[in-house]
Design a protein around this ligand. Structure first.
Ligand SMILES: [Zn+2]
Length: 91
């Protein structure tokens, strides 16, 4: 489990989303930052891939309805990427 200082993520989200950003599903909130980092792995026909690329993510959860969004932990500043980042396709 990768724990981190949640204030780093909260500051990142306030900077990018603004301080008054209601839930996109219920229009309320508040948003709560999960205290651990998770990872997305590439789908491989149901087989676990050991050593494959992963995307570290932080769940951000609406405290009213439970809607959950995943924020990239590298861009949020709590994980350093050890491999080359994905290619940028849009600017
Ligand atoms: Zn909600």
């Amino acid at each position: 489990m990768a724990k981190f200082d949640d204030q780093i993520v909260i500051s990142h989200l306030q900077n990018k989303w603004g301080s008054q950003h209601p839930c996109t599903m219920c229009g309320k909130g508040p948003w709560n930052v999960h205290e651990s980092t998770y990872q997305l792995t590439e789908y491989n026909e149901g087989n676990l891939v050991i050593g494959g690329p992963v995307i570290p993510v932080i769940p951000v959860i609406c405290g009213n309805c439970g809607y959950t969004v995943l924020v990239n932990a590298i861009l949020a500043g709590v994980v350093k990427h050890s491999t080359s980042p994905d290619k940028e396709v849009l600017k």
